[in-house]
Design a protein around this ligand. Structure first.
Ligand code: GLV
Length: 394
């Protein structure tokens, strides 16, 4: 038997652009994170890696503002954390109430239904924060075992206030699951004080690590629910009793850290350094920096006559902005112009905002006044270019 030829494309040197990632994520990594990613791989049970995992747990407890012992990172994207959040605390035929405010609620519902969980929706107007009394009414009517809410609905660029939701959920014996993928580190968030039972975030947004290692945290109530399951978690890979033991979360009950999977040492280095940077800057300083950048960006946009999908300024996410497309400007042409002329990423709408907006993200190392000026220039020139082209081809 003869071996087929080696693929020619693999003989070309690896060449990548240095793109400025100002879409909804991933965001650029800091130089310190990039330096960490260059280090040699270590084994998944080597003491140095286990120590870094402990550092990460401490950093995540700080970032989430929690003392939850079951705090760790899953070896996968934030989509998997969404699935793991739902699939660990709920079993087949239990009820999940999903706040449907944009794409993330739809994704959560899809994932839950695939594992046999019954989904009810609390329909809210996309881009508008819902009120506590309407939320309570929905929880009272549906009596779910858990509720899913996106703190940062990055498809519309709304930040949904979470304070008060935990209390309502607990009053009706439901757990509260919150997606903070595009907000943690930029928007104030207090997992314990707000009664959040399961929370996850993206490593690749404000934190500025690569995607593929996703922070999560489970409250004692969520842990109790997991421990009282009648059936095993649908996926071995995302089973928190296994992962919690690997991450040494269970104190005296933990026992030796088992071999569960081969964690990416490289991603552990990256996330550890990203969290070290957050700790050095300080959470409040990071919140303030992101809010100051948003204020500068939004003021400049308003001055130039741009509109926002989220009308209420206080409910506009600090990290990603959904800017209404000016008449006669199509998103793909604008996005292509920004990439080709400025090497700047601008993204289109998603879910309810598809075709209506462009989304620009200024987070992590890209949350600076200089980046505001850069994306404004790319946007302004891009809009002019697309309009001029439309006129000349008419
Ligand atoms: C991804 O997180 C997005 O909002 O596009």
């Amino acid at each position: 038997m003869s071996v087929t030829n080696a693929p020619k494309e693999l003989f070309k040197p690896l060449q990548l652009p240095l793109r400025i990632l100002t879409g909804p994520g991933p965001s650029n990594c800091s130089q310190r994170v990039l330096d960490a990613l260059k280090q040699q791989v270590l084994g998944h049970l080597h003491p140095e890696i286990l120590q870094l995992m402990d550092d990460i747990k401490a950093g995540l407890r700080y970032a989430f503002q929690t003392v939850n012992r079951l705090t760790l990172a899953v070896s996968a994207s934030a989509h998997v954390a969404m699935e793991a959040a739902i699939g660990n605390v709920l079993e087949r035929d239990e009820k999940l109430l999903v706040v449907k405010a944009g794409l993330w609620g739809e994704r959560a519902a899809d994932m839950a239904q695939r594992i046999g969980i019954h989904v009810d929706f609390f329909h809210v107007e996309p881009g508008v924060a819902f009120k506590l009394e309407d939320f309570e009414e929905a929880v009272k009517r549906h009596r779910p075992a858990a509720v899913f809410v996106a703190h940062s609905e990055s498809s519309t660029c709304l930040v949904q206030p979470v304070e008060g939701l935990g209390e309502i959920c607990h009053k009706y014996d439901a757990l509260l699951i919150v997606d903070t993928v595009a907000s943690l580190g930029a928007e104030p968030f207090f997992a314990d004080a707000w009664g959040v039972d399961v929370v996850y975030t993206g490593s690749q947004k404000v934190l500025g690590a690569p995607p593929g290692i996703t922070p999560m945290s489970f409250s004692p109530l969520a842990e109790k629910k997991i421990r009282s399951r009648k059936t095993p978690v649908h996926s071995f890979n995302w089973d928190m009793t296994w992962l919690g033991r690997y991450w040494n979360c269970f104190e005296a009950e933990n026992g030796p850290r088992p071999y569960h999977h081969t964690i990416s040492a490289t991603l552990v280095y990256g996330l550890r350094e990203a969290l070290a940077l957050l700790a050095e800057e300080g959470l409040e300083a990071s919140w303030a920096r992101h809010h100051a950048v948003k204020a500068k960006f939004h003021e400049a946009l308003a001055k130039r006559g741009y509109g926002f999908y989220v009308e209420q300024p206080r409910h506009r996410l600090a990290t990603v902005s959904s800017i209404l497309l000016p008449a006669g400007v199509d998103a793909p042409s604008l996005i292509a112009f920004a990439k080709d002329r400025y090497n700047v990423e601008i993204s289109g709408g998603l879910g309810p905002t598809a075709g209506k907006v462009v989304r620009i993200g200024l987070m992590g190392v890209n949350a600076t006044p200089g980046h505001v000026d850069l994306v404004l220039r790319a946007l302004e020139e891009g809009v002019k270019h697309v309009k001029d082209r439309t006129i000349s081809s008419a």
